[in-house]
Design a binder for this molecule. Structure first.
Ligand SMILES: Cc1cc2nc3c(=O)[nH]c(=O)nc-3n(C[C@H](O)[C@H](O)[C@H](O)COP(=O)(O)O)c2cc1C
Length: 166
């Protein structure tokens, strides 16, 4: 059964996923697409709970996240390593990752982007700001190996509308 929980209640699970094999960023409505992410933050900005995610322009997810005002971040269960590797190396341009990973879609509660039933925790977010990582503002100590092709992330700030656990 799906239950709405406190915004920061499963913070530890989110961080463990990001620091481990990754979480799943789900974008798109008509043809939703899960992408493995390792970079995200959860905190408070403008008096609201906000999740930021960083997406490179080369990703199919970049096209999808710019086509809708919403995204979902799913925290995977411990036994999802294979699917996380797949969703982190294959593009939704060439693969239907929902089908190929045998993920089951379920409608979002407050957003149009769906959940993945096999994942226990979902953060539903509405984009309230975005900006780009800029080379000339980045600490020179951060290795430019992160950006060999100038594929600088866009940072999306999503107001967390709800967190759901099943
Ligand atoms: C553990 C892991 C973490 C990743 N984190 C990010 C991330 O935070 N941002 C990003 O743009 N790509 C990240 N990637 C790469 C994308 O998941 C990968 O390029 C994916 O194939 C893009 O899928 P798409 O084209 O369907 O959007 C990560 C990959 C892995 C394996």
């Amino acid at each position: 059964m799906l239950k709405e929980i406190g915004i920061f209640e499963e913070y530890g699970s989110l961080i463990n996923a990001l620091r481990g094999r990754g979480a799943l960023l789900i974008t798109g409505v008509e043809k939703p697409n899960p992408m493995t992410i390792g970079w995200a933050t959860l905190g408070v900005i403008w008096g609201k709970p906000v999740m930021t995610v960083l997406v490179r322009p080369s990703r199919h997810s970049f096209f999808l996240i710019n086509s809708h005002e919403e995204f979902v971040v799913a925290v995977p269960p411990a036994d999802m390593a294979k699917q996380l590797a797949f969703c982190g190396t294959r593009s939704g341009r060439d693969h239907d990752k929902f089908v190929e990973c045998s993920f089951t879609k379920e409608s979002g509660v407050k957003v149009k982007v769906p959940h993945i039933i096999e994942c226990p925790i979902h953060y539903e977010c509405r984009i309230i700001h975005k900006n780009n990582v800029e080379a000339n503002r980045l600490d020179p100590a951060i290795p430019m190996q992160y950006y060999p092709n100038g594929d600088f992330h866009t940072i999306y700030y999503g107001e967390v509308l709800g967190v759901f656990k099943r």
